[in-house]
Ligand binder design. Structure first.
Ligand code: AMP
Length: 286
C-alpha cells in the first residue's frame, strides 16, 4: 500500500486543494496532534464515507500548550502515524514545522468568546486561543467540505463549531463519539504517559461519568448529587480533580438542575499522577 502524500508547506497544500476542487471532489479534513489511535482513525474513516478524499494534519501546536504543560514530551510516532493514516484511507497528511505554521512576524489569533470560558478554558489559559487559531488556519487552507472532531474534546468541538460559523469557513463540522478502550477508558495519546497502576486507576473517570449518566437516566436531576457520585469515584482511585461540571450541552453554561428535553453534558478533568486526563458523557434526565 502506498502511503499518503506528505505536505510540509501551505503552498503544497493549496496546489493540491486547487486540483481536487477542479475535479469537483469533496474534501474531508481531520486535524490531529499525531500519536494516532483508534479514536483518530474513526474520524478518518467517517471522513472517507462523507467525502471523496480524506486528508489529515499532524501538528503538535505550541500555541495551545501552557508554559508548564507537556509540549516537549508530547508523544510522537511519524512513521506509525503515516501507516495508520494509510489504513484509514487518508490520501494526504499536512505536517508543517512550527516555524512554517507560525513564521517570524506572526501575530494573529482567533478568540472564540463565551464557549471558550470555563472548564479547560479556565484551567488552561490561552489553550482555546491556540486551538481556535490553528484550526481556523487549517480550515482556511484546506477549505474542506467536512471537518471531523471528537466529542472526547467536547469543549473544543463547541469552540470549533462556533468559529467555523462565525468566520463563515463553510465546512460541515462533524462531532464523533468518543472511542474507548474495552474497559471504558477514553482513548487518548496522553494515556501513553500512564504507568500500569495509574492506567488501572484512570478508570475512575469513566466509571464516575457512567454512574452519573445512569443515575440521571433513572430520574436524578440534582447536579450536586450527580457531581458527588463522580467525586467519590475520583477519590476512590486517588485522582486529583481539576474540575467536574455539568453544563448545557451546547452553550456549556453551568447547570444546577437537569431538565427534561434539555441535553446536558458532564465533563471531568483530573490528574493521575502528573498526567491530566479529560472525559465527558451526555446526560439525559429519565
Ligand atoms: P488530538 O490529536 O488529541 O488533538 O485529537 C485529534 C482529534 O481526535 C480531535 O478532534 C479529538 O477530539 C479526536 N479524538 C481524540 N481522542 C478521541 C477518542 N478517544 N475518540 C474520538 N475522537 C478522539
Amino acid at each position: 500500500m502506498s502511503g499518503p502524500t506528505v505536505w510540509k508547506t501551505p503552498a503544497e497544500v493549496r496546489a493540491w486543494v486547487r486540483s481536487v476542487q477542479q475535479r469537483g471532489q469533496r474534501i474531508a479534513l481531520v486535524p490531529t496532534m499525531g500519536f494516532l489511535h483508534d479514536g483518530h482513525l474513526s474520524l478518518m474513516r467517517e471522513g472517507a464515507r462523507r467525502a471523496d478524499v480524506v486528508v489529515a494534519s499532524i501538528f503538535v501546536n505550541p500555541m495551545q500548550f501552557g508554559p508548564k504543560e507537556d509540549l516537549s514530551s508530547y508523544p510522537r510516532d511519524t512513521e506509525g502515524d503515516l501507516a495508520r493514516c494509510a489504513s484509514a484511507g487518508v490520501v494526504g497528511v499536512y505536517m508543517p514545522e512550527p516555524s512554517t505554521m507560525y513564521p517570524p512576524g506572526f501575530q494573529t489569533a482567533v478568540l472564540v468568546e463565551q464557549v471558550s470560558q470555563g472548564l479547560d478554558g479556565e484551567k488552561r489559559p490561552g489553550h482555546f486561543r491556540g486551538v481556535a487559531t490553528v484550526v481556523a488556519k487549517l480550515l482556511a487552507l484546506f477549505r474542506p467540505d467536512v471537518a471531523l472532531f471528537g466529542e472526547k474534546d467536547y469543549q473544543q468541538l463547541q469552540v470549533i463549531a462556533r468559529l467555523n460559523a462565525d468566520l463563515e469557513l463553510g465546512a460541515q463540522i462533524v462531532g464523533m463519539p468518543t472511542i474507548r478502550e474495552p474497559d471504558g477508558l477514553a482513548m487518548s495519546s496522553r494515556n501513553s504517559y500512564l504507568g500500569p497502576d495509574e492506567r488501572r486507576r484512570a478508570l475512575g473517570l469513566s466509571r464516575g461519568l457512567f454512574a452519573a449518566q445512569a443515575l440521571a437516566a433513572k430520574g436524578e436531576a440534582d447536579v450536586a448529587r450527580l457531581v458527588a457520585v463522580i467525586r467519590a469515584e475520583l477519590a476512590a482511585v486517588q485522582a486529583r480533580e481539576d474540575y467536574v461540571e455539568i453544563c448545557d450541552a451546547r452553550s456549556l453554561v453551568k447547570l444546577t438542575q437537569l431538565e427534561k428535553g434539555s441535553p446536558a453534558r458532564v465533563l471531568v478533568a483530573a490528574f493521575m499522577g502528573t498526567t491530566r486526563l479529560i472525559d465527558n458523557v451526555a446526560l439525559t434526565l429519565g
